[in-house]
Each structure stands twice: as structure tokens, then as C-alpha cells.
Design a protein around this ligand. Structure first.
Ligand SMILES: Cc1cc2nc3c(=O)[nH]c(=O)nc-3n(C[C@H](O)[C@H](O)[C@H](O)COP(=O)(O)OP(=O)(O)OC[C@H]3O[C@@H](n4cnc5c(N)ncnc54)[C@H](O)[C@@H]3O)c2cc1C
Length: 432
């Protein structure tokens, strides 16, 4: 048991946010002997951790921004079918993030960011293997691989830099012509002229079930989940003394901030500025699809993922930079989905449900993991962007070690909360 310095009782830890990251952190802490309460304003697992593309993206070394992107940006932003959207009304809030993002696009920075992503990715799969073995639910993640399918050679050529970057980090990328692609995944239509198969990628059977199973295991080990909204903090001599919610004040010894895209606001209440923005994505669930891909398919031309879950066929898309609670633009998403539907044989968009949610994205495509620089008893665990599901278990494992003042088995300084968020903190970088 982890004992409180003053009372001899187990240390009271509060995990704020019940998405996949908060769930993994809560389980790791209870396993390490903390008395853990997870505070979640809704039911656990219902935000970004619900609506994603379900990929354990072990090949996702390339960051969001690649060199050369600035050249294409005006065309992307003017194209009503493009999945990248910046809502101009929200620009004053997004601009500082975008300026940092722009600085990450310099080739040496991008390479350094890719190294820091690769270091975390190298542990992400093993972390889930251990977690799922511990909770005896290995079936929650499947070894499926992932296909990028291209409708044009031009789109494939445009992806070459990303493919080469993955290979430099040891990721197997198998290039396939149209015939080989359809032999591997018969649900892919004749529209695809070529593709790339990443065998290392895994798929979550159902993202909500994954978070819920971890929460169940957490509860079974004595953890508590309280449905409350965090409103603020009371500070004491050793950092945060109480977490204030809409239901009361909770005395605490340790706080883990894992509130996804809402974390920036909560960190600000702690007096800390972190560069995390809401990057919204959309999904639709489709009924009666005649062919469901066994291997998830990403349209390389349109940035649409098509994945078979236990709950049905899901298509996801869009990177929409706007306020977290701005009205959704399902029409645009639908146009993009319609464009990509022809990639799967016989697919018609019989829509069972629609969804929008916010990735917690940093400009440097790295999560924020580490102790707060101002408050020693606060640990940050958010900002996982496009890879929050992938990095859930490894983040939990790291938070567990930091909480016990042990050293994680990788260098976590690339993810530290007080960095510049433009890649300039990484080894080998010169300030721009
Ligand atoms: C379309 C789309 C596709 C994606 N595909 C993938 C993928 O294939 N692979 C991958 O790895 N990642 C993917 N992601 C990213 C991934 O979903 C996120 O990075 C991840 O879910 C973030 O998890 P989280 O626990 O940090 O945040 P969330 O799941 O958003 O959870 C944060 C929680 O904090 C709670 N909260 C916030 N404020 C408060 C408060 N004041 N009080 C109490 N509770 C609070 C919220 O209610 C919420 O439940 C995708 C995202 C999107 C949108």
C-alpha cells in the first residue's frame, strides 16, 4: 500500500476524467496501492474514447504535420470536401496553437517528434498486452493489421514520405497493387489502385467496451467512480489539497488530470498554460453493409477510416479546429463519407447513428505526461491527439511509476508539461 506521510492510510488519489486515459491511470494507481477515486462528469468512456477509429496505431510514427504541408494548406482549407477545417470564428483561440504547429513542420523538428512518438509507440502494444492479461480480457484488442487504400497514384506518391519515415523506425509497410490489395481484403472495391499494409497495427473490438472493461477492473480492485463535474482546486502547502466538484470538496494527496480536450481549462485553473486544443472528428455507424472489412481500411485520398466493430461498421473523418462545444457540421462529414464509400464493395450509407467528438491535440503531436511543474502532487496525462486509445495503457503505466516516484522505463522528458509545444525542446533541435 502507498501510505500517506501524515496519516499512515493509503494515499488518496483523484483521477479527473473517465476516458481511456483516465481509466488506464486509475487502474494503474489502484494496482500500486493508492486509494483511488475517478471523477467523471458523464458516464465513463463516452467522449473521444467512444467515437474513435479503434486503431491501436502502432505504425503512427508520423506526426499530424509533415514538411510540405504548408504548401498544400490553402488548397485543403478551400476544398469543401477536405477533412481539414479551421473555423475562422474560433481563430483567435486557435491561432497560438496553429503558430506552434507551423514551427513543428521544419524537417529536423518533425524527425525529432517522430522519434519521441516512436519511443512511446514501442511500448504501447506491450502495455496493452499486460493490461488485458491482468484483467483477463485479451479479446478486446485484435491483431488485424491496417490497410491504407489509394484511389490515385498521386495520393500514394504523396504518402511516400510518411511510409519512408515509418520504415526508418522499423515499421513494416507492404506495398500492394490493386489485385494484391483485394486478395488481402476482399471488401475493398475496384476503385483502389494500390495500397499499403501495416501488419503491426491492432484494432479495438469496441472502444466503449474497452474503457468500460478497464473501469470494471478498477472497481473490482476497490476503485470508486463518482459522477461529478470538477470545478476547481484548493491549494495547500504541498500542492492541491482539495478537488472541488459540483457535489463537494474532496481532500486528496494526489491528482491525475486526464480530462482529454477539457484538460487545458482545468490546467488553467491550476495556473498552468498547456497548448491543447479540441480537434474534432466525426463518425457514422452504418447498417446492413454487404461487406465488412476484416482489416480496417483508411482512404489515403480522403482521410476516412472504415472499421468493423462489434457494434457494426464505422466510418470516421475530419480534423476540425473549433470550439469544443460549437455546433457540429454533420453535412460536411457526410459529403466526405459519401466520397469514400465507393472504396468498399456495395457500401451504401444506411446511417444508424452520427457522432462528433474532440481529440485533445497538441501542436507537436506529443501527449502531455508528467508531474505539474507548479504542484508536485499533480500529474498530467492528456493531449494524446490522434493516438489516445493507442497510448492509453502505456500512459497509465507511466503515471503509476511517477506516482510512486519511480523512474519510468523510457525518457519522458519529450512529453513534459512545461515544454514549448513546438518541438524545440527535443534533443537535436535548434530554436526556430
Ligand atoms: C474521429 C476520431 C478518431 C480517432 N481514432 C483514433 C484511433 O484510431 N486510435 C487512437 O489511438 N486514437 C484515436 N482517436 C483519438 C482518441 O479517441 C483520443 O485521443 C482519446 O480518446 C482521448 O482519451 P482521453 O481519455 O484523454 O479523453 P476523453 O475520452 O475525451 O475523456 C475525457 C473525459 O474527461 C471528462 N471530463 C472533462 N472535463 C471534466 C470535468 N470538469 N469534470 C469531470 N470530468 C470531466 C469528459 O467527460 C471525458 O469523459 C480518435 C479520435 C477521434 C475524434
Amino acid at each position: 500500500m502507498s501510505q500517506s506521510a501524515t496519516s499512515g492510510n493509503p494515499q488518496r488519489a483523484f483521477v479527473l476524467g473517465g476516458g481511456i486515459v483516465g481509466a488506464c491511470c486509475a487502474l494503474a494507481l489502484v494496482r500500486r496501492g493508492f486509494d483511488v477515486t475517478l471523477i467523471e462528469k458523464d458516464a465513463p468512456g463516452q467522449a473521444a474514447s467512444f467515437g474513435n477509429s479503434a486503431s491501436i496505431g502502432l505504425a503512427s510514427v508520423p506526426p499530424l504535420g509533415m514538411p510540405g504541408m504548408l504548401r498544400d494548406l490553402p488548397r485543403m482549407l478551400l476544398d469543401p470536401m477536405h477533412p481539414l477545417v479551421i473555423r475562422w470564428r474560433h481563430l483567435p483561440q486557435t491561432l497560438p496553437w496553429l503558430l506552434r504547429f507551423r514551427r513543428t513542420l521544419a524537417p529536423p523538428r518533425m524527425e525529432a517528434i517522430a522519434r519521441a512518438r516512436a519511443a512511446l509507440l514501442a511500448q504501447a502494444g506491450h502495455a496493452y498486452d499486460s493490461l488485458l492479461a491482468e484483467i483477463a480480457r485479451p479479446e478486446l484488442i485484435r491483431a488485424t493489421g491496417l490497410i491504407f487504400a489509394y484511389e490515385s497514384r498521386a495520393a500514394f506518391e504523396g504518402a511516400r514520405a510518411g511510409i519512408a519515415l515509418r520504415r526508418r523506425h522499423g515499421i513494416e509497410a507492404l506495398e500492394l497493387d490493386g489485385v494484391a490489395l483485394r486478395a488481402l481484403e476482399p471488401a475493398v472495391s475496384d476503385r483502389a489502385v494500390c495500397g499499403v499494409h501495416y501488419p503491426i497495427v491492432q484494432t479495438v473490438a469496441n472502444p466503449l467496451t474497452l474503457t468500460e472493461a478497464i473501469i470494471d477492473a478498477f472497481r473490482a480492485r476497490g476503485g470508486r467512480v463518482q459522477r461529478e463535474t470538477v470545478r476547481g482546486f484548493e491549494l495547500g502547502p504541498h500542492g492541491v489539497a482539495r478537488v472541488i466538484t459540483d457535489a463537494g470538496r474532496h481532500e486528496c494527496d494526489l491528482v491525475v488530470l486526464a480530462a482529454g480536450a477539457w484538460s487545458r481549462h482545468l490546467a488553467a485553473l491550476l495556473g498552468e498554460a498547456v497548448s491543447v486544443t479540441a480537434e474534432r472528428g466525426y463518425h457514422i455507424m452504418i447498417e446492413n453493409a454487404p461487406h465488412m472489412p476484416a482489416i480496417p481500411v483508411v482512404s489515403g485520398d480522403r482521410n476516412v477510416s472504415i472499421v468493423t466493430l462489434t457494434s457494426g461498421l464505422r466510418m470516421t473523418t475530419m480534423a476540425e479546429f473549433t470550439a469544443i462545444d460549437a455546433p457540429p457540421d454533420h453535412e460536411r462529414a457526410l459529403r466526405i463519407f459519401q466520397g469514400a464509400a465507393g472504396l468498399i464493395r456495395g457500401l451504401e450509407l444506411n446511417i444508424a447513428s452520427k457522432w462528433v467528438g474532440s481529440r485533445p491535440s497538441t501542436p507537436d503531436s506529443l501527449p502531455v505526461i508528467g508531474r505539474s511543474p507548479r504542484h508536485r502532487n499533480v500529474i498530467y496525462a492528456f493531449g494524446h491527439g490522434h493516438l489516445g486509445v493507442t497510448f492509453g495503457a502505456v500512459t497509465g503505466a507511466i503515471v503509476g511509476t511517477i506516482a510512486r516516484d519511480e523512474s519510468p522505463n523510457l525518457d519522458i522528458t519529450p512529453y513534459r508539461p512545461d515544454r514549448s509545444f513546438d518541438g524545440s525542446h527535443l534533443p537535436g533541435q535548434r530554436a526556430a
